[in-house]
Design a protein around this ligand. Sequence first.
Ligand code: SF4
Length: 383
Amino acid sequence: MTDLHFEQGPIRPPSEAQSLLLRLTRNCPWNRCEFCHTYKDQTFSLRTVEEVKKDIDAVSEIAKELKALSWRLGEGGEITANLVRFVLESPEGYSDAFRNIALWIYSGGKNVFLQDANSLVLKTDHVVDVLTTLREKFPSVERITTYARSKTISKKSVDELRSLHRAGLSRIHMGLETGYDPLLEVIQKGVTAEEHVIAGRRVKDSGISLSEYVVLGLGGKKMWCEHAVETAKVLSQINPDFIRVRTLKVLKTMPLYERIARKEFILLSDKEVVVEEKLLIEHLKGISSRFVSDHILNLLEEVEGKLPEGKEKMLAVIDQYLALSEEEKENFRLGRRAGIYRFLSHLQNPELHNEVEKAIKRIKEETPGGIETVISELMSSFI
Ligand code: SF4
């Protein structure tokens, strides 16, 4: 087994679970957002095009070695389930690089995600060079995506973005978080609502698919209403291909935690977050985005659909939750976070319902802080 390796960063969007992770920069050049701890205490650095190309070569060599291994194991040169199992379970101990590439090719080898938090801070020509090399080495790749900050994109021209699109960049994931300026300041996002709109529209004009992330609950008790309404306004001006929501969960390692301790920021309850989400959806106007709740932190995963036709259905799901008795809401909240339920309809399953009911009884008798502590701990474990 050869000692081949390549560098990978810590995170990717949930929708990129099957993607090859290719690191263009390390960490986050901004690193000040109050609700984020991913790169805290990590220094940002650019990687050279040569470094990234070496990684692409390493991926290509690993793919060749896996193919040779497949022939040796009688799998006909294909990356089959047997081959993947062998690599994952082999006592020879294949490296993470081999495991990752085996899984990537097995799942189609079609998607690549460029890391870390803001790859497009690199010169456009450098990213074009990387994209071109990547597509030459891996003609099977169909989708290449990345994270980027609105601020960074707002400084790039549509022509620059078009050249990235021509070179193969298919989608940009941007953290909009909120469209409310005073809240953008509080959370230190380093961008204005206007810059969000400029950046979002430029991406759309370039032909690159756009995914905008919104943090549910980010306004807290003070700004929840403005957060929902103003975010909907910004999104309605951008019309991104995807609006993805993720519910706020604050850990001690996040600067926002200190604001909570000082009582400057008061968290919303689950029910209040759902009301905020309803207001956000109600105010989305004249757009054709797909609304997606694909983050495990979200209470109501089935609030998903294509706008405008899916709007009523999404609102109906929210109303269905809000109409539950307080007891049933509690049952669903715990069941969902414990992985017993996925959808509201699972409340109708007597076996599952009973299991959650028993757990609630036990927690109330035995756990200091009760249900809220347990739900909070479960949510922390998802980050
Ligand atoms: S820009 Fe993104 S990665 Fe960087 S601190 Fe903000 S949320 Fe975190």
